[in-house]
Structures are given as structure tokens and as C-alpha cells.
Design a protein around this ligand. Sequence first.
Ligand SMILES: *[C@@H]1O[C@H](CO)[C@@H](O)[C@H](O)[C@H]1NC(C)=O
Ligand SMILES: *[C@@H]1O[C@H](CO)[C@@H](O)[C@H](O)[C@H]1NC(C)=O
Ligand SMILES: *[C@@H]1O[C@H](CO)[C@@H](O)[C@H](O)[C@H]1NC(C)=O
Ligand SMILES: *[C@@H]1O[C@H](CO)[C@@H](O)[C@H](O)[C@H]1NC(C)=O
Ligand SMILES: *[C@@H]1O[C@H](CO)[C@@H](O)[C@H](O)[C@H]1NC(C)=O
Ligand SMILES: *[C@@H]1O[C@H](CO)[C@@H](O)[C@H](O)[C@H]1NC(C)=O
Ligand SMILES: *[C@@H]1O[C@H](CO)[C@@H](O)[C@H](O)[C@H]1NC(C)=O
Ligand SMILES: *[C@@H]1O[C@H](CO)[C@@H](O)[C@H](O)[C@H]1NC(C)=O
Ligand SMILES: *[C@@H]1O[C@H](CO)[C@@H](O)[C@H](O)[C@H]1NC(C)=O
Ligand SMILES: *[C@@H]1O[C@H](CO)[C@@H](O)[C@H](O)[C@H]1NC(C)=O
Ligand SMILES: *[C@@H]1O[C@H](CO)[C@@H](O)[C@H](O)[C@H]1NC(C)=O
Ligand SMILES: *[C@@H]1O[C@H](CO)[C@@H](O)[C@H](O)[C@H]1NC(C)=O
Length: 532
Amino acid sequence: MLVPRVIAGSVLVKVALCAIPLSISPVQNASKPLLESFVSYSIEFSSFPDFAGNSSQPNTFSYNLLTNLRDLQGSYPIIRVGGNTEDYATFNESQTVALVGSFDFSRSRDYPTTISIGPEYFDSYSTWPGVTYIHGFSMGKNGSAGYDTLVGTVPLVCKALGTSKVAYWELGNEPDLFKTSSQGPVRPSWWNETDYVEEWLNKTRIIRQLVQQNCPDVITSGKFKFYAPNFAGTSNSLNLITTWNAGLNADNDIAFIDSHNYIGGATQPGVTLQGTLMNHTSTVLSINKHLNESRLLAYTGLPYILGETNSLYNEGAPGLSNAFGAALWGVDFNLYCAATGIARVHMHQGTNYRYQSWQPIDTVNATRGTKAPYYGNIMVAAFLGNLTAGNVSIADVELGSTYQNAYAAYVDGRLERIAVIQLNAYNSTVNGRGIVPAATTKPRPTETFSFQLPAGQTSALKGLHVQRLLANGSDAITGITFDGVSYNLELDGGKPVTLNNVTRGEVLRAAQDGTISVTLPWSSAAILNLQW
Ligand SMILES: *[C@@H]1O[C@H](CO)[C@@H](O)[C@H](O)[C@H]1NC(C)=O
Ligand SMILES: *[C@@H]1O[C@H](CO)[C@@H](O)[C@H](O)[C@H]1NC(C)=O
Ligand SMILES: *[C@@H]1O[C@H](CO)[C@@H](O)[C@H](O)[C@H]1NC(C)=O
Ligand SMILES: *[C@@H]1O[C@H](CO)[C@@H](O)[C@H](O)[C@H]1NC(C)=O
Ligand SMILES: *[C@@H]1O[C@H](CO)[C@@H](O)[C@H](O)[C@H]1NC(C)=O
Ligand SMILES: *[C@@H]1O[C@H](CO)[C@@H](O)[C@H](O)[C@H]1NC(C)=O
Ligand SMILES: *[C@@H]1O[C@H](CO)[C@@H](O)[C@H](O)[C@H]1NC(C)=O
Ligand SMILES: *[C@@H]1O[C@H](CO)[C@@H](O)[C@H](O)[C@H]1NC(C)=O
Ligand SMILES: *[C@@H]1O[C@H](CO)[C@@H](O)[C@H](O)[C@H]1NC(C)=O
Ligand SMILES: *[C@@H]1O[C@H](CO)[C@@H](O)[C@H](O)[C@H]1NC(C)=O
Ligand SMILES: *[C@@H]1O[C@H](CO)[C@@H](O)[C@H](O)[C@H]1NC(C)=O
Ligand SMILES: *[C@@H]1O[C@H](CO)[C@@H](O)[C@H](O)[C@H]1NC(C)=O
């Protein structure tokens, strides 16, 4: 493990609004060097053909958005194809279309709950060169439907992915909800960790045997490793630690301990942008449950990741999960994860989902386009930088506040970037309802953050430039930019376009005593880049 040489030393943070300088002791709890593809995605199984297209009509808009992230973090996001619908899908060898789904609005208005896939489904794995995948196999369906689907699809998956496109393997989405699912339980009430482990081992051994027969090089190249157990959370009907103790990793084929996380629910009473998402305290509490669990499993030496996560479960809430405030939440959430040792974060999305980073196709429910949360993903990737080029570790510069936080990025042991996130909600329209306020409305408040570098070090600082994540307010769902760049579909198909009507290229100077000050409008974020 590389221990960063902490140049920031004692970082003094002055929150000018309340004029109380906070003394923050030297950062000694920076993360280990991050693994590549920290910014990754999870795509709903039933939506994957929409997102990827197929070999005759690849979805190049999606690919452009993924390539932007590759250009920042050095490798493509890893795509996990899964979610609730991975356990609903059955396989029909003679079906000519990729996916046939039917909705049951009493179970979900957002995705089909009866799904049949044909061999063409796997053609969608051919559209994004350089991208690697985790295909989520069904575990929920018991009996012959589940067994036939597993046996029918493993050879197709391993041939479609091969050694160059397979990242990891997954069996079953959120089995800790199988007995209690509000969409209908799929296991009896007596089904416990021992039963789950026995079934998981049985079925992963079947998968392994089929891969051995059909794609032996996947096994010999060491690419038969799982994300497991893909639990929904830390307090459901199966316990992760018990599961581990019951022998989940008996075959030594698990590469990452995988849990899922949502901050709250889309229709949970009392959920608001400010109180639930633009709230650093709520993010800290949500992640801490996982940190507790990961500490108990630290002895395994395996990294702990969030294989599916986003703001509000049940696909997000309009006005909350699709607003700029959710993009700011996403920055704080992901950087807090990075700083505390969560090794990778797969942001979940599906067609029409409110929390999606982008809508891949036009539907009656949503317009194809880049959505606010994507800009948060971009800022996270920009802050982490090229993870394949050097050792990047992230430190939480805890401001002890619900409405602000900051992070430091150390590259090969040296402070290179500071991220600042200002989370006070600011509506650009009257009560977020799209009515533009009168000119008399009070101006958008700002807040000044000051960081103190050790005075002796500032002469070595050659440059200091700012990149900002901006929109008209936390309620904005369009007009979002990062560093003056738009990734909107209508400009250049999702490729970066520098706008000439947004300020960029801002340069700061450190004061003689090593103080750096930056002023942020409420509901915005910034990266300070230090050139030594
Ligand atoms: C990231 O770093 C690697 C290794 O130095 C380099 O080959 C690659 O071109 C870099 N990627 C980007 C997007 O800068
Ligand atoms: C499988 O697909 C074929 C072709 O669409 C269809 O005729 C058949 O009924 C399907 N089988 C099942 C079990 O649904
Ligand atoms: C490929 O995608 C196009 C566009 O969505 C669709 O019309 C076509 O049916 C798909 N091909 C197959 C074999 O599913
Ligand atoms: C199989 O699934 C059904 C629900 O789909 C459930 O009623 C039954 O108990 C399950 N059986 C086992 C052995 O898990
Ligand atoms: C699961 O239930 C079986 C049968 O009651 C029992 O033998 C086993 O100890 C239980 N496992 C756990 C982890 O509680
Ligand atoms: C696992 O496989 C064994 C041996 O084939 C079988 O007896 C057992 O019922 C299976 N258990 C489950 C949960 O599928
Ligand atoms: C922020 O989240 C915490 C923890 O959930 C909660 O106690 C607090 O009330 C929230 N703050 C606001 C302003 O809603
Ligand atoms: C994490 O564990 C600590 C120590 O056991 C406990 O005090 C804390 O409440 C736990 N936090 C969460 C969020 O579960
Ligand atoms: C999507 O649009 C259809 C048709 O207007 C509607 O029935 C359905 O409820 C909408 N779904 C959601 C999640 O709003
Ligand atoms: C890291 O250390 C700083 C300074 O001691 C502290 O304020 C912060 O809470 C710590 N962060 C974590 C995630 O432990
Ligand atoms: C912004 O508008 C929303 C939606 O009407 C409202 O709930 C919220 O209180 C407003 N926030 C602020 C900071 O005015
Ligand atoms: C800035 O330019 C973009 C792209 O041309 C445009 O969509 C947007 O409305 C402009 N914003 C303002 C505030 O004029």
C-alpha cells in the first residue's frame, strides 16, 4: 500500500458565510490507490438492448458518453447488465427478436416483469468496442424455467463476451429480497443463508462447467470470477457476513464483495432534494453501513464495491433524481465512497428511469438525451483522473457540515486536485415549478472556501485552475455544464462541445501564506487543479 505524502498538511477551511475557520488535522485516512474503472454503470437487464443497440444499429450516442468517461478516467466504465429483470428473464432459443417483455403495472410501471430473451439479445454485446461486461444470470426463477435459462444462455454469453469483453460474472440480483420482494416472493420463508449458498454454489458450478466446455480460454485466462452476493443492502432477510461464513467463496471464485445501495425510496414520505440527497450527512450514514460490513470482511482481502446504486430506489423520483441537485449528490456520494475504500461504484440506470444518466432511445415517457446525473459522473471521473497512469488516492476533507464537503486527490503521493461541493438547494424557478422568477428575486448566494497549504510549499505551485460543475439551480434538469463543456445529444451526439457562453479557464493564485480561496454559487461544485 502506498501512503500518500500529505502536502496539504493541516488544511484550514474557512467557510466565509459563517466566518468560522475550521481547523482540520492532517489527512492520514486517504484511500488506498483506486482500482481502474471506479466510475462504472449498471444497466437494467431489460433495457440493455435500448442502451447498446445491436450490430446492425449500434447505439453510438451511448458509446460516445462512455468514451468521454474513458477519456477522463483512463478506462471504460465496466457495464453490469442486471437488476430485478435479470431474475425475470427466461430464454427462448427460437425467438427471433432480442427481448419480448410485458408489463404488469401492479408489479412495476417501469419495466416488464414477464420477459423472454432470444439469442439476438447477446448481439447487443458487440456494439461498444473496448467495453467489458458483467452479465447477470437469473437465479430467482427456480425449477426448470430457471435451470433451462441458465444452461441455454451461458454458452451464448461466454461466446459473445470471450476473454476480451468479460469483466466478471454474476448470479442473481438481490437474493436477500427473494423471500420478501414486494413484487412477489420467489423463495419460501425458511430459505436461509445456508440454502442460498448451496444454491449459489450449485449453479455457479453449472456455469463453470458450461464455460469450460464452450469457452475454455475464459477459465484458463483467469476470467471466471464473480461479483457476489449482490445483496440489496445491509439489513434484509439474508446477512452478508453469515453468507460468507456459510461458505459462499468455497470455490475461491469471488473477486469482489458486492452490495447495492440507495439513499432512500422514490415514494418514501418526506423525501426531498435538500433533505435526502443534497445532504452530506445522509450520504455518510448510508455508506457507513457498508463500511461496517466491509470491515468485518476485511480479512478476506477482497475489495468491497457497490455493484448497483443510485439516489432513490424504484427508479427515482421526478424533480429529485433527474435534477441537477442529484448530480451534485452523485459527486459527493461517489467521492465519499472513493475516500472511504469502496473500490468501485456502478451507477444503475434503465430506460425511462428518473435517476438515469442518459435516456438511450425516445419513448412516450422520456426523450433521448444526456441527463443531469451524467454531468456528476463526468466530474467524478475528471477528479479521479487517469487511474491507469498512476496511483490515485482520495481523502475526505470532512467539513463537518450537511451542506458542504471537500475531497483531496493525491496522484503518486502528491496533492493534485481538490473537489468542493456546495449543497445548499437553490431553485432557478419559483419553487422548482418552471416559472422564471421576477428580476427582483434575490441573487443566488455564494460561499467562499479557503484551503491552507503549508506556506513553504506554495513557491513550488506553478498553476492553479478551476473547473466548475454548473447549472441555473439545483432544480435544473437542462443547461448543465462541466468546465464549460456540454455533452448533450443535440450538440454533437454526446461528444464534448465547449460552449462559448459559459465561463471556463479560471485561474486562481495561492496567497503568500499558502491560502487558496474559491467562491462557489449555492448548488454547484468545483475542482481546483494544482500544477506543481
Ligand atoms: C491514461 O494513461 C495511460 C498510461 O499512461 C495512457 O496510455 C493513456 O493514454 C491515458 N489515457 C488518457 C485518456 O489520457
Ligand atoms: C419461442 O419463440 C417462438 C418464436 O417466436 C414462439 O413461436 C414460441 O411460442 C416461443 N416459445 C415459448 C415457450 O414461448
Ligand atoms: C436491431 O435494432 C433495431 C433498432 O432498434 C431493431 O429495429 C432490430 O429489430 C434489431 N434487430 C434484432 C435482430 O433484434
Ligand atoms: C419456487 O418459487 C415459487 C414461487 O415462484 C415458490 O412458491 C416456491 O416455494 C419455490 N420453491 C423453492 C424450493 O424455492
Ligand atoms: C438454515 O436452516 C437449516 C435448517 O433449519 C439449519 O440447519 C441451518 O443452520 C440454517 N442456517 C443458518 C445460517 O441459520
Ligand atoms: C445442489 O446439488 C445437489 C447435488 O446435485 C442437490 O442434491 C441439491 O438439491 C442441490 N441444491 C440446491 C439448493 O439446488
Ligand atoms: C440530513 O440527513 C440526516 C440523516 O438522514 C437527517 O438527520 C437530517 O435531518 C437531514 N437534513 C436535512 C436538512 O433534512
Ligand atoms: C457501524 O458500526 C459502529 C460500531 O459498531 C456502530 O456504532 C454504528 O452505528 C454502525 N453504523 C451503521 C451506519 O450501521
Ligand atoms: C409511460 O407512458 C405510458 C403511456 O402514456 C403510461 O401508461 C405509463 O404509465 C408511463 N410510465 C411511467 C413510469 O410513467
Ligand atoms: C479523515 O480524517 C479527517 C481528519 O481527521 C476527518 O475529519 C474525517 O472525518 C476522516 N474521514 C473519514 C472518512 O474517516
Ligand atoms: C425548491 O422547489 C421545491 C419544489 O417546489 C421546493 O420543495 C423546495 O422547498 C424549494 N427549495 C428552495 C431552497 O427554495
Ligand atoms: C449557451 O449555449 C448553448 C448551446 O448553444 C445553448 O443551448 C444555451 O441555451 C446557451 N445558454 C445561455 C444561457 O444562453
